[in-house]
Design a protein around this ligand. Structure first.
Ligand code: IPE
Ligand code: IPE
Ligand code: MG
Length: 240
């Protein structure tokens, strides 16, 4: 498999908007939760494929700050799926050298699930073969707002001068502090919007939209997208 030293680099960080679980279930006459369950299995397969594709960081959008608008049944079903995923995958993630982090606003998450988040983060904190971020109760605007509040608190304590605030200061207060920005964002299911995902971090990401519903997404499809990414010329505002 092509490595980092090929003519055009592999994306170091891939962010995925895993969309289409509900439609996948409806096509089969099943409940939406059946789609989420299959979606979680796909997430496992895609995560496993990352190291061989040269991807060091993967960030998966699992639940947005807007997803609370769904039925109680669906919200609770998703939350219990997250708990089950963490418990079931813990050993495998540890064995495969995956470091897992949860990003998003935890204050609205059930305390039991919050403890599970801390547990898996602590259990995998020494791993570095793949950095896996799962975004739960995540919204880009919410994240930037929380970061701004923390920066303002540092100013109020006299630890930070307002004119010392630069882009690095903001980045260091985001949930993704210390992580490289995504090079590539993939959204499944044919929708072509960002839905409040990683708004700050994706300022210069490349985007790929695929009609495939997330429960049908495979490691092969990820490979195809990464191959296409390598053909792109990233100019970052400069002239080639
Ligand atoms: C994405 O699938 C998963 C979550 C948002 C939790 P959807 O549940 O949005 O599936 P569709 O878009 O209704 O098909
Ligand atoms: C985005 O999908 C959020 C996740 C994949 C977790 P949605 O299905 O919630 O987004 P919209 O409603 O189509 O924008
Ligand atoms: Mg959707």
């Amino acid at each position: 498999m092509a490595a980092k030293d090929t003519a055009r680099a592999t994306p170091t960080h891939v962010a995925v908007i895993m969309d289409g679980n509900g439609r996948w279930a409806r096509q089969r006459g099943s409940h939406r939760l059946a789609g989420h369950k299959r979606g979680a299995e796909r997430a496992r397969e895609v995560v496993e494929a990352c190291p061989d594709l040269g991807i060091d960081y993967m960030t998966l959008y699992a639940f947005s700050t807007e997803n609370w608008k769904r039925s109680t049944r669906e919200v609770l079903g998703l939350m219990s799926l997250f708990g089950r995923y963490i418990r079931r995958e813990a050993d495998r993630l540890a064995d495969e050298g995956v470091r897992m982090r949860i990003i998003g606003d935890r204050t609205r998450i059930d305390p039991k699930l919050q403890r599970l988040f801390s547990w898996i983060e602590s259990r995998t904190r020494h791993n570095d073969r793949l950095h896996l971020q799962v975004a739960i109760n995540y919204g880009g605007r919410n994240e930037i707002t929380r970061a701004t509040r923390r920066v303002a608190e540092a100013v109020a304590r006299g630890e930070l001068a307002p004119d010392a605030i630069d882009e690095a200061t903001i980045a260091a207060h985001l949930d993704t502090a210390g992580l490289p920005d995504p090079d590539l964002v993939i959204r499944t299911s044919g929708e072509t919007r960002i839905s409040n995902y990683l708004l700050w971090q994706c300022a210069y990401a490349e985007y790929e939209f695929t009609d495939t519903l997330w429960p049908d997404f495979t490691a092969e499809k990820l490979d195809e997208i990464v191959t296409r990414f390598r053909q792109r010329e990233r100019r970052f505002g400069a002239v080639s």
